[in-house]
Design a binder for this molecule. Structure first.
Ligand SMILES: Cc1cc2nc3c(=O)[nH]c(=O)nc-3n(C[C@H](O)[C@H](O)[C@H](O)COP(=O)(O)OP(=O)(O)OC[C@H]3O[C@@H](n4cnc5c(N)ncnc54)[C@H](O)[C@@H]3O)c2cc1C
Ligand code: SF4
Length: 337
């Protein structure tokens, strides 16, 4: 790993200052960033993703800024929920209010990796983790996303890649938490040198044809400080399909959030994960549910609509059925079936 300076920021203000160096150092940083295409200062939370990236020379910053001092609280706020970016995944998974009111979020947090990973990994780090594409993670492959000229997944091993999106990069978005956050209509509060702002989680992540080298609208000198959720619908749930139950990411997942009028769905938000470069909201499936009472047939119809536009690669057509099942079961689970 390349040698780097380490800054232990005690709080949000210090973190932003350390990520936005002084004007003189800033010029040097700008030069470094321009040469490498990477920011010269990066935040570190639990470090589980970042250290792996640094060891494999995928990210080689000059300065690593610890942001463990950010808010770790999980609490009700304005009729919804506010989660500090430094909250541990384990604390989120076990939080009584989250389990009761935001079960899709609790399911997602509870299913991440292993107990050790959930005790170390933070909410902010989970949301900002980089893609798992094995060509991206392997320093021997200078693929499109790293400034190279081709996507190796197109003709290579693509069984875990995207079934939605038109490329040119075919990653799947890796954060399990981001999927329910979007289903619940959440926002990310971000802070940077110009202050703090809220970004709709559904507009936070970017497709590769908009941002090939990054995955979100977050600027290098900004950090996520909180996840803010509004009050949930009356019924919600998440469902994940995994190759193995531990120590891995889902093959496909779905989060469903339903606003009900008695037994009838008034409106729905359905988001799939692990199928596209961003968490994949499916309005066509949401429209199927609106105005209906949920039955198995309705859930199947919505799940079929959710996968209607899928374009599998050579090795991942199997994901269509898996994602369909995840959507169907998340809907039925939300409905209490
Ligand atoms: C075996 C294994 C299985 C896993 N399974 C799953 C899974 O099923 N689902 C899932 O979602 N994840 C899974 N993970 C990923 C794991 O959840 C993440 O690696 C972890 O949450 C990252 O959190 P961290 O605090 O360690 O982040 P770090 O490694 O510290 O940071 C990750 C990235 O985010 C940036 N960053 C960190 N915090 C912030 C912030 N507040 N604002 C802006 N940028 C920030 C860092 O610069 C870095 O680029 C798995 C990991 C392993 C090793
Ligand atoms: S899917 Fe993206 S990250 Fe993976 S090889 Fe292709 S361009 Fe690189």
């Amino acid at each position: 790993m390349k040698a780097f300076a380490y800054v232990n920021a005690a709080n949000e203000k210090e973190a932003i200052a350390a990520l936005s160096p002084s004007a003189r150092a800033g010029q040097r940083d700008a030069l470094t960033a321009a040469r490498s295409g990477q920011p010269s200062s990066v935040p570190i939370s639990g470090g589980m993703d970042l250290l792996g990236l640094m060891k494999d020379y995928i990210v080689s910053p000059d300065r690593v800024v610890s942001i463990k001092g950010l808010d770790q609280s999980i609490a009700g706020a304005d009729g919804g929920l506010r989660v500090g970016a430094a909250a541990k995944l384990a604390d989120l998974a076990e939080h009584a209010q989250v389990r009761k009111l935001y079960p899709a979020l609790a399911t997602a947090a509870d299913s991440v990796g292993t107990p050790q990973i959930r005790n170390m990994g933070t909410v902010g780090g989970n949301i900002m983790q980089r893609p798992r594409c094995w060509y991206f993670r392997n320093e021997e492959f200078n693929c499109l996303k790293k400034g190279g000229s081709r996507c190796f997944a197109v003709e290579g091993e693509n069984q875990f890649h995207a079934i939605f999106g038109d490329g040119p990069c075919h990653i799947v978005h890796p954060s399990s938490l981001a999927v329910p956050v979007i289903a619940y209509g959440g926002r990310f509060r971000v802070a940077g040198p110009n202050g703090s702002r809220d970004i709709d989680a559904g507009e936070f992540f970017q497709m590769p044809n908009t941002n090939l080298y990054g995955e979100s609208v977050l600027q290098p000198n900004e950090i996520i400080t909180h996840v803010i959720l509004p009050a949930p619908g009356q019924r919600s749930a998440g469902y994940e399909v995994r190759f193995k139950q531990s120590h891995d990411w889902p093959l496909a997942m779905a989060s469903v959030n339903l606003v009900m009028s008695g037994p009838t769905v008034k409106s729905a938000r359905i988001v799939m994960g692990a199928v596209a470069p961003v968490p994949w909201r499916v309005p066509a499936a949401e429209r199927v549910l609106a105005g209906k009472t949920i039955t198995e047939a309705v859930a199947v119809e919505a799940a079929t609509a959710a996968l209607a536009g899928a374009k599998p690669m050579s090795g991942n057509a199997y994901k269509i059925q898996i994602a369909k099942t995840a959507v169907k079961r998340a809907i039925l689970k939300a409905a209490g079936a």
